[in-house]
Design a protein around this ligand. Structure first.
Ligand SMILES: [Zn+2]
Length: 157
């Protein structure tokens, strides 16, 4: 024995807690989402939507809705933002802001995509263009959700 103590390793659970302590205010996340709102491609619905996701890497990923003349091919802003985060290597999202002209709620499909990468306590900030917002947890938006655990797989969140 050299007398030196072995290097302490941070338990995984503790690392997760530390990751979870990344904090960006709801107002800041909404502001980032507002910043890309004019990039929305919504020539058919005329309902621009923008979103900003905080990944557990501490970075913010944005998205806008992208419509298509073949309507079912339309992508929601929330999903675009989440998929950009996933493409960058993120597997856990910590919060998400969504901005619509009337603070409309995320659609059911987006709620399920949020569940894949966010736990029931995921904070969802739903705002109008002026920044007025309400906060919901994913559990409120998607109670009794289906997740990886239902398939016997570890939950990414
Ligand atoms: Zn959606």
């Amino acid at each position: 024995m050299s007398g030196k103590e072995p290097a302490k390793q941070t338990p995984v659970a503790q690392r997760r807690d530390n990751i979870g302590s990344i904090e960006i205010s709801p107002e800041r996340l909404i502001e980032v989402a507002q910043g890309v709102r004019t990039n929305a491609y919504a020539p058919y619905s005329h309902y621009p939507v923008s979103a900003a996701v905080l990944g557990n890497d501490g970075r913010i990923y944005t998205g806008v809705n992208v419509e298509n003349a073949v309507y079912p091919l339309t992508q929601c802003a929330e999903q675009v933002a989440i998929f950009k985060a996933v493409a960058a290597g993120v597997r856990t999202i910590l919060s998400i802001a969504v901005v619509t002209q009337n603070a409309g709620s995320p659609c059911g499909a987006c709620r399920q995509v949020m569940r894949e990468f966010g736990g029931p306590e995921l904070a969802v900030y739903i705002a109008d263009p002026s920044g007025v917002y309400r906060t919901r947890t994913l559990a409120q938006l998607l109670p009794d959700s289906f997740s990886a655990a239902d398939l016997g797989e570890p939950d990414a969140t």
